[in-house]
Design a protein around this ligand. Sequence first.
Ligand code: GLC
Ligand code: CA
Length: 560
Amino acid sequence: MKTRWYKDAVIYQIYPRSFCDSNGDGIGDLQGIISKLDYIKSLGVDAVWLSPIYKSPNDDNGYDISDYRDIQEDFGTLDDFKELVKGLHDRGLKLIMDLVVNHTSDEHMWFKESRKSKDNPYRDYYFWRKGKSDKKPPNNWMSNFVGPAWEYDKTTDEYYLHLFSKKQPDLNWDNPKVRQEVIDICNYWFELGVDGFRCDVITYISKEKGLPDGSFKEFFSSMPLLGFTHYCMGPNYHKYIHELNLHAFSKYDTMTVGEASGITYKDAFESIDENVQELDSVFTFEHVSADMILQVFPKKLNFVKFKKILTHWQELPKTSQPTMFLENHDQPRSWPRFVNYCWDNKEKAAKMLLVAMQMQRGTPYIYEGQEIGMTNVNFKVEDYKDILTTNVFKKVGNNKLLMKFAQKVFLKRARDHARTPMQWDDTKNAGFTSGEPWMMVNPNYTEVNVKQSEKDPNSILNFYKKFLAFRKGKDVIISGDYIPYYEKNKKLFVYNRKLKDKAYFVICNFVNKDVKFKLPKDMKFASAKVAISNYEDGEIGALESRIIKPFEATVYEVQY
Ligand code: GLC
Ligand code: CA
């Protein structure tokens, strides 16, 4: 039944609110996506991952779901959805949906029932607890969106748990009825033709028994949040996911990828190994934290650490599938972030980042707009929409100094940088909408847009297409060994991908300068020729000993 098609698939992520608006209300929608299917196909990707499109009051842009079986009105109807599935499948593209089941919206029927009384049949779908005697929440856990993770509800004089906003109450997975609901939801969408799920904050679903207080040690764990170690990869995580796999994921030819912040290498492997039947892959976040302190404050990219992390995940046994990404809807834009904010030579740098990531083993992801080099925005305080940012501003707003600091941090890190409307052309609002966009368009759309990129043979976009076509179907890339070189080098990212007597040798220069390169001594081969590069053939020297050009990415095909 399982073909493991994701082993040679590139996945394109769409943030539906910001992709394309078909009816002029300023909000992207399903018909908008349908109108761009040929564009998506032209990239050479294999599947689309849609951020949530279910009914939602939009406290966290759809990551707060009030009905798992229907489509948010802003986005369209179930009929539009069916048309989208058909449009994708007709073009040979798969569809991955976002499965957000660590929590629901507080406007979901289950929660509305659950808050009514202590003996309501839905009460145990969530975590309701008495406060501590001194009018304090049941424990000291902190929400990922600022403040305590508990909200007091006077109807029953108890608190409920919410690891995200107070409009996102956490589901109690220890209740078998909750787990059955999730299974049913998955099967409902599989029956409608969905090919897989990206599982939102899946590592948080099993909470430690007794919900013990967090300790200050956690500020030095992988996430600086009180309580984190008591809900991340909790005691029943593996059991619950296995159950979901048996009763839903394994019944269709699906793929799953779990959002797995805080997961250890061992747990990751134990969850994605082909023999355990849990998930097919996970997103891990250490590499996108290599330019941060405590996951929050930006600093210079630690390039050697960045390579080391990526290499570590490449070493996962071949019976498990790594993932590669630099952008998503929670991350700032990757260029020029990962070249230490060097604003020059953009085209070369953005193409180099693509090669550096995607020549690795695993399933690569591209986030909408990444393929044309969309960038962070110079937001003013009032431009931000994201609940995380606006909550922080509310919290520190009275303190001028803290406010200034927060603004500085968000100019680099805010999630909103990834959420500005897709830049289609240079007409008003970048061709995203004929109305007023729900969120500001990056003013650079007059230069950075799809139409312009399609015309320019040297554009980032055209290189993406060329590279994805090159990548497709190559055994060496799909399953070859990954052998890193020059691991301590502060400028070059060098690795070899080898399978039997064939290899791709990858050299990427992360600085905008010439860098001397000598072939590692143990590299002996019969021949090497350039397979793909972001420079012209004539500009590249022989492999043995050469100068690597500014932001160059060259892949040599090696024969042993
Ligand atoms: C995940 C999503 C993020 C969302 C959060 C809560 O981290 O990627 O956008 O805010 O979960 O659902
Ligand atoms: Ca619309």
